[in-house]
Design a protein around this ligand. Structure first.
Ligand SMILES: Cc1cc2nc3c(=O)[nH]c(=O)nc-3n(C[C@H](O)[C@H](O)[C@H](O)COP(=O)(O)OP(=O)(O)OC[C@H]3O[C@@H](n4cnc5c(N)ncnc54)[C@H](O)[C@@H]3O)c2cc1C
Length: 403
């Protein structure tokens, strides 16, 4: 097959950008790059956009970014509007109430709903390639030659890794994952199931030493999501062996009461089972030459921070804005992107580590939970990111048929 040449001339500023990953960070970056006049292409390993999934919450300026994208009202319509949840013991007795403000942030949506919304806001103007992955990257002074697992090789001015905690882009450009990924000592499994308990906009949380499980309703109580968590240092397992991962969970929870046996049964049937270590990505720099990392790929703060989605959205806004402000001079733009984001990420990673340390605290009393709720606004407020106005052309109205 003929190699496609998409790089602009050597002297010209960067314009074509390959983004690896179509979850939160990737499509959000594609949106802003288009608005600034760049030509992004997104390659996603999955065959389609992943819908549904677990719930993620937003904090602070991420809502501002969604507003600037004209998506805030739509995302508000997707809010899970989760109410307070009950803590239960092994006999199913409710011994305390966890106020929603502690776990649902300023706004909570299913992650896949957010991804779908971002994809739909960009697909008419952005090339998406599903079911493929970058295989190799070869940089020269004019751009990056990229080979793919399935498609023909192509050239781009820049490459962005928005491919998550286990980023292939990071491995290719910076080195093996072990150099950058720090485990937080928690393993988590998440899956969908029927709302068989008949809960109404709420959840149940179960805690035992070193273990926790929960079930929350989703999609206006038509469905539910459940999670298992256990504490452990490095556990050996095959990331592609889902049956083995299910066995790991079943062994850890084999003695537990409450609804655990039923949840284990539901987990065995679930088609969207997800399992991973809670981890952070720590890097001295997020760019190398013409390759730059965005979102979890570059600076994952871990699920216990509750900030990953916000970081992905804000990072996308800043990275695209800095590329526009430097007129595509990637060295200047990448340095500015890092300057803008570094302090914010450092704070969130500290929150993620603190959250992980508290995660398996002994069954909390109502007094402690009320104290957490009272402090919640305090906890959710980190140093605000000053969202610069990068002077993108005004957002076209839907009637104009573009973004
Ligand atoms: C259980 C759980 C609960 C969480 N709860 C919250 C929460 O409440 N609030 C919050 O803010 N954050 C939460 N997070 C974190 C949040 O999900 C992430 O921070 C956020 O999704 C990061 O977005 P991203 O686009 O950077 O990466 P990801 O969402 O990880 O997306 C990476 C994308 O890249 C794709 N990909 C991977 N490899 C390749 C490849 N080789 N080629 C092409 N594509 C590839 C993947 O398929 C995926 O689509 C939670 C995470 C977990 C696991």
């Amino acid at each position: 097959m003929t190699e496609t040449t998409e790089t602009t001339t050597a002297a010209a500023a960067a314009r074509t950008v390959l983004i690896s990953g179509a979850s939160v960070a990737g499509p959000a970056l594609a949106y802003w790059l288009r608005r600034h006049g760049f030509v992004p292409t997104v390659v996603e390993r999955a065959e389609t956009v992943r819908e549904g999934g677990y719930a993620v919450d937003f904090r602070g300026e991420a809502l501002d970014v969604l507003d600037r994208m004209g998506l805030l009202e739509r995302i508000r319509e997707l809010d899970t509007e989760m109410g307070d949840a009950a803590m239960v013991d092994a006999e199913g007795r409710q011994y305390a109430t966890l106020p929603a403000v502690v776990f649902a942030g300023d706004l909570e949506v299913l992650k896949g709903d957010l991804t779908k919304m971002l994809y739909e806001a960009t697909r008419d103007d952005v090339e998406y390639v599903f079911g493929d992955s970058i295989a190799t990257l070869e940089e020269d002074e004019h751009g990056v030659r990229v080979t793919f697992e399935r498609g023909a090789p192509r050239r781009f001015d820049l490459v962005v890794g928005a491919d998550g905690l286990h980023s292939r882009t990071r491995a290719l450009a910076f080195g093996p994952e072990q150099q950058f990924v720090r485990h937080l000592g928690i393993y988590t499994a998440v899956f969908s199931l029927d709302n068989y308990l008949g809960l109404k906009n709420t959840g149940r949380l179960y805690a035992a030493p070193g273990r926790a499980a929960n079930i929350f309703t989703a999609r206006a109580d038509a469905e539910a999501r459940a999670a298992f968590h256990f504490a452990a240092e490095d556990v050996e397992y095959d990331r592609h062996d889902l049956a083995g991962q299910r066995r790991l969970i079943a062994e850890r929870f084999s003695e537990d009461g409450w609804e655990i046996p039923r949840l284990l049964h539901e987990m065995a049937q679930a088609t969207d089972f997800f399992f991973d270590a809670n981890a952070q990505v720590e890097m001295d720099t997020w760019s190398r030459g013409r390759v730059v990392l965005l979102g979890d790929a570059g600076y994952c703060a871990g699920p216990t921070s509750g900030r990953g989605t916000s970081q992905a959205l804000i990072g996308a806004y800043v990275l695209a804005g800095e590329l526009a402000a430097s007129d595509g001079d990637h060295s200047t733009a990448f340095a500015a992107y890092e300057r803008e984001m570094r302090g914010y990420v450092t704070e969130h990673q500290a929150l993620g580590r603190e959250g992980a340390e508290r995660f398996f605290m002994p069954a909390p009393t109502q007094e402690i939970l009320d104290m957490l709720a009272a402090q919640a606004p305090e906890n959710t407020r980190t140093t605000p990111v000053l969202l610069r106005d990068y002077a993108a052309p005004p957002q076209p109205t839907p009637a104009e048929g573009t973004l």
